[in-house]
Design a protein around this ligand. Structure first.
Ligand SMILES: [Fe+2]
Length: 389
């Protein structure tokens, strides 16, 4: 049997009450933390206070950098690095969704290397891969979504060319991640589904990837099953702590699947499209998955059929090929009641933009296309986007 690689270098605490470990974990990393977060929501919901109280309780002081926005921008990373250095911080704590965590990952690498984020982008000068390092980072997700707490990927939107790029390096794994579903109880319904469906895509794409392993399959299949059952529940009742906790667990599993098997073309095409018009990540994926799956299901009938089985449904499909062909429709039937039936036009994308976005795919997410079971080139990308308009 082939050798299986398991990437899981982050110490992850996942479960109700996990935030209690922050004091001890923070104290080990130094005297001063920079908390990286987004705007006022964290303050309004009292989450920032919960974090600072636990740090200050053990003598760790904290500064707050709250200028991160969805699809974090290169200028925000630069400002975060300045804040970290000016405040003479020892480590980072990210609090929020994937935007906060990814921003902190990029800040951690730029601050440690004395480099600009532009150095790490495709057109940048590059800092030698072997020399890269990062300052310690504790990630505290407040959504069940990106799984960023378990990955070495950090997306950033380059304001110079409107391209959204995923920086990947071993040094940007968070040192510690604390995933506490109690912090997710106040997440609004729209954010709950936008991020919750991202979990499903991480797991499904990891499962469909040609980099999938017996380990990533195990976590991807479990994550898909849990989202299938529990995302509708948290959509109906955001105060359902058991289902919030299960979604938090599924999110971490999805992140592990993504980190070990990478993604395929739903992220490969959805992320650049969303980056081009600054759209919400989950919605960008929902705009392209259907045409992508319809285009590719024949490339791996057993796995698309398994996805269809997990999603369930009564469309008369029984044979393997019928199930695989029905997988996109079954996912659409799952997504529709969650209010996530979206087309590219709903995100503000016009047909005239497709060539530029397709080019952006080749520049930023080509790696995901290399994980697809079929070859996907420029013409295929354009065809899938046109179908998704
Ligand atoms: Fe994602």
């Amino acid at each position: 049997m082939a050798v299986t690689i398991i990437n899981m270098p982050t110490r992850i605490y996942n479960g109700t009450g996990a935030l209690e470990v922050l004091a001890e974990e923070g104290r080990r990393l130094g005297k001063k933390a920079l908390i990286v977060t987004t705007g006022k929501d964290m303050e309004n919901f009292g989450l920032l206070r919960k974090v600072t109280n636990r740090l200050e309780g053990t003598g760790v002081s904290a500064s707050v950098f709250s200028a991160v926005t969805p699809n974090p921008k290169t200028s925000e990373i630069e400002a975060g690095v300045r804040a970290f250095l000016d405040e003479k911080c020892d480590f980072l704590v990210s609090l929020g969704g994937g935007s906060s965590i990814d921003a902190a990952k990029n800040i951690s690498m730029c601050a440690a290397n004395g480099a600009s984020i532009h150095d790490f982008l495709p057109q940048g000068d590059k800092v030698g891969l072997e020399k890269r390092r990062a300052v310690p980072h504790i990630a505290i997700p407040t959504t069940a979504g990106t799984g960023s707490e378990a990955t070495k990927t950090a997306v950033v939107s380059n304001e110079r060319n409107r391209q959204k790029y995923g920086v990947r390096h071993d040094c940007i794994y968070p040192m510690v991640s604390i995933v506490d579903p109690e912090l997710m109880l106040t997440v609004p319904k729209s954010v709950t589904v936008d991020t919750g469906i991202d979990v499903f895509f991480h797991a499904m794409e990891g499962y469909l990837s040609n980099k999938a392993t017996r380990f990533s399959d195990m976590v991807a299949l479990e994550s898909m099953r849990l989202v299938r059952e529990h995302l509708p529940r948290v959509y109906e009742d955001g105060s359902d702590l058991d289902s919030r906790a299960t979604m938090a667990w599924a999110s971490t599993l999805g992140g592990i699947a993504l980190d070990n098997a990478i993604c395929v073309g739903i992220h490969g095409l959805g992320q650049p499209a969303g980056g081009y018009v600054d759209a919400v990540h989950g919605k960008s994926l929902c705009a392209v998955y259907y045409s992508y799956m319809k285009y590719t299901w024949q490339s791996d009938i057993p796995r698309y059929a398994e996805v269809a089985r997990i999603l369930g449904g009564n469309d008369g499909a029984e044979r393997e090929a019928e199930l695989a062909a029905a997988s996109a429709d079954r996912l659409r039937a799952f997504i529709r009641p969650l209010g996530l039936e979206i087309r590219l036009r709903d995100l503000g994308i016009e047909e005239s933009m497709i060539p530029a976005i397709a080019e952006s795919v080749l520049n930023t997410t080509r790696r995901t296309l290399e994980c697809c079971k079929m070859e996907i080139g420029y013409d295929d990308i354009v065809a899938i986007y046109k179908e998704a308009l």
